[in-house]
Design a protein around this ligand. Sequence first.
Ligand SMILES: *Cc1c(COP(=O)(O)O)cnc(C)c1O
Length: 415
Amino acid sequence: MKPTRVVRNEVEDGSTEKRVKYLTLLTEPQGKIKMAKNPFIPFSRPWIDDTEIEAVSQVLASKWISTGNRVREFERAFAEYLGVKHAIAVSSCTHALHLSLVVAEIGSDDEVITTPYTFTATAEAIRYVGAKPIFVDIEPDTLNIDITKIEQAITPRTKAIMPVHFAGLPCDMDALQDICRNHNLVLIDDAAHAIPTEYKGQYIGNIGDLSAFSFYANKNLTTGEGGMITTNNDAFAKPLRTMRLHGIDKDAWARQSQRDIWRYDIATEGYKYNMTDIQAAMGLCQLMKLNKQHERRRDLAQIYQKELANLPNVRTPVAPENPNEHSWHLYIIQLPPGEREGFIRALSEANIECSVHYIPLHLFEFYQEQYGYRVGDFPCAEAAFERVVSLPLHPGLTEEEIHIVIDEIGKILGS
Ligand SMILES: *Cc1c(COP(=O)(O)O)cnc(C)c1O
C-alpha cells in the first residue's frame, strides 16, 4: 500500500509534513526482513485446549446452535464472576458499546467524550448513533484518558463519557463517576482490555453505568467473536435483552420451551446482535480458566518488569501495587522517539512478533475528514504512539520464550 491519500489531507495549519511522516510509518514496511533461527514467538495466541473443543462439539451435536441455554448460562456465570446484576451477551464489544449508547438514549447532535488512543471500534460505536466522538488527550504514563482535561471538553451537548481501561489498567473510576454525577452524564466504559481488572476491591464491569467487554480472538477471554454488556441498572438491562435480538420479546429458546414457536411481539427497536450457543459454550470454558490465565499474564508481566527495568532507554508500564488491579492484556514499553521502528525490525529478525497499540484515531483520514481533527490536536497520544511497542504476552508464552525476548531486547538496546 502506498500513502497516496496524503494530498487530500493537505491543510493550512502546517500539519501536512507530519501527516506524511505518519502515513509513511503506517504504510511502508521497511525492506525485507531476514529470518533468524529462533522458534517463532507470536505476539498473542488464544488459550484454547480440549475443554473448549469438547464443549463446542457438544453444542454442535445437540443441534441447538444459535442463541439458547448456553448463552443464558454464560451470562449468569459472567455476572456472578464480576458480582454485577446483569450481563447481556452480544456479538461483539463494538455492538455492546452501540447498544449501550442506544439504551442510554444518545443520538444525533449529542457528544460523547472518549480517548483518541484506542481501537477504532470505540469511536465507531459513537458514530452508529449519529453522535460525535469528542477526543480528550491521554496521560503519558498510564495511556488512559486524562481526567483533568475532561471537564473543559464538556458542552451542553455532552451526554456520556466512554473511557478505555488501556491495556487493562483501570481508569480512575471515582473521579469519572464524580464528573458524570456533576454533569448528568452516562458512564459507559470500554472494558475490552479489562477482564479481569479490579478497581478498589470491585471488578471493572460492576462500576460504570454500562460496561462493554470484548471476546475477540486476541482478548483475555475469547469466543472467537463476541461481547458482553454489564450493568446494575434494571431499566437498562430489560430493553438491552430484547434489542440485541431484533427487539423480539422472547428468543427462540424461550418460545421453543413453551411449545409456542411462532408467537412473539416486537417490544423495542431491534438489532441482530445476539451471541450463539457455540460461542457461549467456549466462553464458559474460558471463564473457568480466567483466573489461571490472569495469573500467567501477571507472572509474565512481572518478569518483564523486573528484567527490563534496568535497561537504559526503556520505560516500563505503570504497574499497580495490587497485582489484581491490572488485567495485563497488553505489555507496552516506551522507547525514545525514533527508535521504535528499528527496534521492531530487529525483533522481527529475531523471529519475535510485536505490535503497536494504537495509531491515534485523529491521525486517520476518516476521523480528520469526518470530524475535522488534525495532527497536533492530542500531543500526548501522538508522543505515545511514536514510542510504544507491545511485547509478546499471552498465557501460553513459556518462561523460556519470554527470556529469549528479554535477551534479544538486551542485545538490541545494548548495541
Ligand atoms: C478489541 C477492542 C474493541 C472491539 O471489540 P470487538 O469485540 O472486536 O468488537 C473495542 N475497544 C477496544 C479498546 C478493543 O481493544
